[in-house]
Design a protein around this ligand. Structure first.
Ligand code: PLP
Length: 294
């Protein structure tokens, strides 16, 4: 993704001072060097982020993304982000987006090693073309995540459920999926439960009911999944968070990967076996997701 616009946020500028929040944002050249080499985001992946989908200049689900940024920061013992300041930054960056689909990234790093001040910045890029994934679907393979369902409570230092910058494992899983002839992966626990994809939530329709793996399993609570559940609820469908056994992925009468930029991508194959795709509902979900205006 080519960055089109970027700004640095001064994270110590305080709202209480009553200043103009926009004066705490500094537009920078998105193609020029901007970080010090000692920044812990670069050195250790030590920080948190969010990716926000933008359609025709409208950023989607800003509130839930900011809440998740604050939640991730808290899990990582980072200073609480000033959400009004980040909201002002999103507004400023969205104004540059123009027509079509874009991606805004919010990044909060622990800052320079030994210092106490986080580094924070926001970028804007054109979104990749996701029309094929939305139309034709994605072939997934199930991959072992290497721990059982109850690990998040026993080992909070694993930071499961935080959207950290350390996505090396997630990217490795996608490469493994491609090596196996698929497009994407679905992580499963060692005791046989579905989790999430490396960059998306999982949604299944089983006997007419929509379920997603519970965020208590140490996965991200997807903003797109929240949006889709609200939509499905309005349409009169039952929705729920559950511990979902792996076998349900093939048993489901339809399943999707949901995320802010790709939106609803139907799952078309699991571990090399074709599964049913509900094109009508997929189109409806994507029309709804693209049409959001908050
Ligand atoms: N799970 C993981 C690991 C992700 O990285 C993402 C998005 O990047 C999601 C789920 C979906 O979250 P959202 O719908 O908020 O984009």
């Amino acid at each position: 993704m080519v960055l089109r616009f970027a700004l640095m946020i001064d994270p110590v500028a305080s709202l209480e001072k009553g200043g103009d929040l926009r004066s705490t944002l500094r537009v920078i050249d998105p193609s020029a060097p901007a970080l010090e080499l000692g920044d812990l985001s670069a050195q250790r992946g030590d920080g948190v982020f969010e990716s926000i989908g933008v359609v025709d200049g409208h950023p989607h689900e800003v509130g839930p993304h900011l809440e998740r940024l604050a939640h991730s920061a808290s899990l990582c013992d980072l200073p609480a982000p000033d959400l009004a300041q980040w909201r002002a930054a999103i507004q400023r960056v969205s104004a540059e987006a123009g027509p079509g689909e874009s991606v805004i990234k919010l990044i909060l790093s622990r800052g320079i090693e030994g210092g106490a001040i986080p580094t924070a910045w926001v970028t804007l890029a054109t979104a990749p073309d996701n029309s094929a994934a939305r139309r034709d679907g994605v072939r997934v393979v199930t991959l072992d995540r290497g721990y059982p369902l109850d690990v998040p409570a026993r080992a909070p230092w694993l930071l499961l459920g935080a959207k950290t910058l350390s996505y090396g494992v997630n990217m490795a899983a996608i490469r493994e999926a491609k090596r196996r002839g698929a497009d994407d992966a679905v992580f499963v626990t060692t005791d046989g439960f579905l989790l999430e994809a490396p960059t998306a939530s999982l949604l299944l329709r089983i006997d007419g009911r929509f379920v997603t793996p519970s965020p208590s399993a140490g996965i991200l609570h997807g903003t797109t999944q929240l949006s889709v559940f609200a939509h499905l609820g309005q349409r009169g469908f039952e929705t729920g968070y559950e511990n979902v056994p792996v076998g349900d992925l093939e048993r489901a009468d339809a399943a999707w990967l949901l995320s802010s930029v790709r939106l609803a991508a139907p799952i078309s194959a699991v571990d090399g076996r074709a599964v049913a795709v509900d094109r009508g509902l997929t189109d409806e979900l994507n029309t709804f997701l693209l049409g959001r205006r908050d």
